[in-house]
Design a protein around this ligand. Structure first.
Ligand SMILES: Nc1ncnc2c1ncn2[C@@H]1O[C@H](COP(=O)(O)OP(=O)(O)OP(=O)(O)O)[C@@H](O)[C@H]1O
Ligand SMILES: [Mg+2]
Length: 272
């Protein structure tokens, strides 16, 4: 039975898609079966995972409209199975008016739930009916956050939405944690925001993950190759960070070698 994890923050560009795609890559490398659901009309998750978003193919939009079944739109990529999205999904907000419209995604996922270990959902930068569908279907939410002061604004709105969904549609919804992304430990501001993030986490009844995702060009390059960071640059510091973040998310202990790689960057001793 799949664990369903949604990546959310109504702020744009905070790393939702990047973290979601990278965690898919790590879970795949651990031998887990993964379904990635792109619930953002921008279609970035499908693109990042090498899915085909051509306009003449059915997408999550057609599933949500009741025009086809979820299994009909699943694509198989090198990383995992993907339910793609495209701009047509932006009409969903106006078109989904039926009673129980908050549960459409959950009902669709129920049909494939038994086939996967994890279902990961990428959400749009809004608190729309699409986001609410993701919250209603998820077991866990993960909130990527930029270590910038402005990124803390609007978190109370996010909290209200999450708590409302928890109350009315999905009582078992849990905020698994906040992940600081595009992190730069050398900035004083980063440290200050990190402290504030801890306070916010407490209000949301969650924690900030120990692993932060450092800002890195390699991370930004990976989607252009339709690969996740663990396949694009498996030995990079970023790949190690995403591996360790995934371990933290799913509650696995980090293997020794990845702990070592996270060290302070001292040169390795040469042993003949
Ligand atoms: N750790 C990182 N280092 C460098 N660049 C990053 C990192 N994480 C994400 N990016 C880049 O930042 C941009 C925004 O990231 P991403 O698309 O993951 O955010 P998002 O929250 O999904 O955005 P949106 O709200 O538009 O969906 C992308 O160009 C991505 O490649
Ligand atoms: Mg995105």
């Amino acid at each position: 039975m799949a664990k369903i994890i949604a990546f959310t923050n109504q702020k744009g560009g905070v790393g939702k898609t990047t973290v979601c795609a990278s965690v898919c890559g790590v879970l795949n490398s651990l031998g887990k079966t993964v379904l990635a659901v792109d619930l953002d009309p921008q279609g970035n998750l499908g693109f990042s995972l090498g899915a085909d978003n051509l306009d003449d193919r059915y997408t999550i939009y057609n599933v949500m409209k009741g025009e086809t079944e979820l299994y009909n739109v699943i694509q198989h990529t090198e990383t995992c199975d993907v339910v793609p999205s495209n701009i047509t999904l932006s009409a969903a907000e106006i078109e989904l008016t039926s009673l129980g419209r908050e549960h459409i995604l959950k009902d669709a996922l129920d049909t494939v739930y038994a086939d996967y270990d994890y279902i990961l959902i990428d959400t749009p930068p809004s608190l729309s009916i699409l986001t609410i569908n993701a919250y209603a279907a998820a077991d866990w939410l993960i909130i990527p956050l930029l270590p910038e002061i402005l990124s803390l604004q609007g978190l109370s709105q996010l909290k209200e939405t999450i708590f409302a969904v928890k109350k009315y549609y999905n009582q078992s919804l849990e905020i698994r944690g906040i992940v600081l992304s595009k992190y730069n430990a050398r900035l004083i501001l980063t440290k200050e925001v990190e402290e504030l993030a801890n306070i916010v986490a407490e209000q949301l009844d969650t924690d900030v993950f120990d692993i932060k995702i450092t800002q890195s060009v390699t991370v930004a390059e990976a989607p252009a190759h339709g690969k996740t960071i663990v396949d694009y640059a498996p030995r990079s510091k970023s790949a190690v960070e995403f591996k360790n973040l995934t371990y933290e998310i799913i509650g696995l202990e980090r293997p020794r070698e990845t702990v070592k790689k996270l060290g302070r960057g001292r040169p390795r001793k040469y042993t003949p």
